[in-house]
Design a protein around this ligand. Structure first.
Ligand SMILES: [Zn+2]
Length: 292
């Protein structure tokens, strides 16, 4: 199958934009933890996404920023007005799967079913079509994964799920965006911003690396990407901007450390970062990448 795939690197004609993406999920949507990843428990947790997401939308409005919000289908079917409001306020609404399952742990059929359920819930709520996708936990790992052909076959134009940094993804994955083509389908893959920190390449555009590397390192990485025509894709979760969310004592120690590392300082750091430039949604960056 891999023999028929064509990968073509993509660059914007001029300086590339800064892209803000938000994985629109609640504080208890944790992958790889037996307790929190079980959807049968989710209904019992106190949801905080209505407040944290609206606060984030207000903050983005004040700076004139627009973003891509990848909604879980599970969230969209329980908070449809929140999805509709996100779309109405000018943001792109994308799909983050239904039950926050890792793509590489599902059969192709189960991945397609989860994707269709999620998309139906998200599009019904938004009242518009969704053509951008992000898998839970960067779990589309390679261009040859069955999920890639399924996404293209289902009509998605863009995926932002592949990481070039181990252990989250193979180091052989491209660092910049590229088109994946085969047998009449194509999909644009836009990897997250990565840069050098602590002597290695790290995904500095989100998660604990964004929270703890120096702001000078962040700026350097962003500038390097954008000057080369690669959109700098940043990724946040509403719960990261809500330091008051439950302390989750039951998480495994490593998962808990990664979840909470540097979280206290994030809201201030995030606002300083927002103030330095304007953010656009992923679809706008893809339009620039495919304009040539
Ligand atoms: Zn997620």
């Amino acid at each position: 199958m891999s023999g028929v795939l064509r990968l073509t690197p993509l660059r914007t004609a001029g300086r590339a934009p800064r892209v803000l993406t938000v994985d629109a999920e609640d504080w208890f949507h944790v992958c790889g933890d037996d307790f929190y990843s079980d959807p049968r428990r989710w209904g019992a947790f106190p949801s905080r996404i209505e407040r944290t997401l609206r606060d984030l939308l207000d903050l983005l409005d004040r700076g004139g920023h627009r973003a891509t919000f990848f909604f879980l289908g599970w969230i969209a079917s329980r908070h449809p007005a929140l999805v509709a409001e996100t779309a109405r306020r000018g943001h792109e609404v994308g799909v983050h799967g239904d039950l926050h399952r890792r793509a590489d742990e599902l059969t192709p059929e189960a991945f397609r079913d989860d994707l269709r359920r999620a998309r139906a819930a998200v599009e019904d709520a938004a009242g518009a079509s969704s053509t951008s996708h992000r898998a839970a936990e960067w779990s589309v790992r390679r261009a040859t994964d069955a999920a890639v052909a399924i996404l293209a076959g289902e009509g998605f134009r863009c995926d932002a799920s592949m990481m070039p940094v181990p252990p989250l993804g193979p180091a052989t994955n491209p660092v910049g965006p590229y088109r994946i083509e085969a047998d009449g389908w194509s999909l644009v893959e836009v990897p997250p911003l990565t840069g050098r920190a602590f002597g290695r390449r790290l995904p500095v555009g989100g998660g604990w690396p964004f929270r703890i590397v120096s702001e000078r390192t962040l700026e350097r990485a962003e500038r390097a990407f954008r000057d080369e025509g690669r959109p700098a894709v940043f990724t946040f979760h509403p719960w990261e901007l809500d330091p008051e969310h439950p302390p989750m004592e039951g998480l495994a120690p490593l998962t808990r450390t990664v979840h909470f590392l540097g979280l206290r300082n994030l809201p201030e750091r995030f606002e300083r970062w927002l103030s330095r430039d304007r953010c656009v949604p992923l679809a706008e960056a893809v339009a620039l990448l495919t304009a040539a």
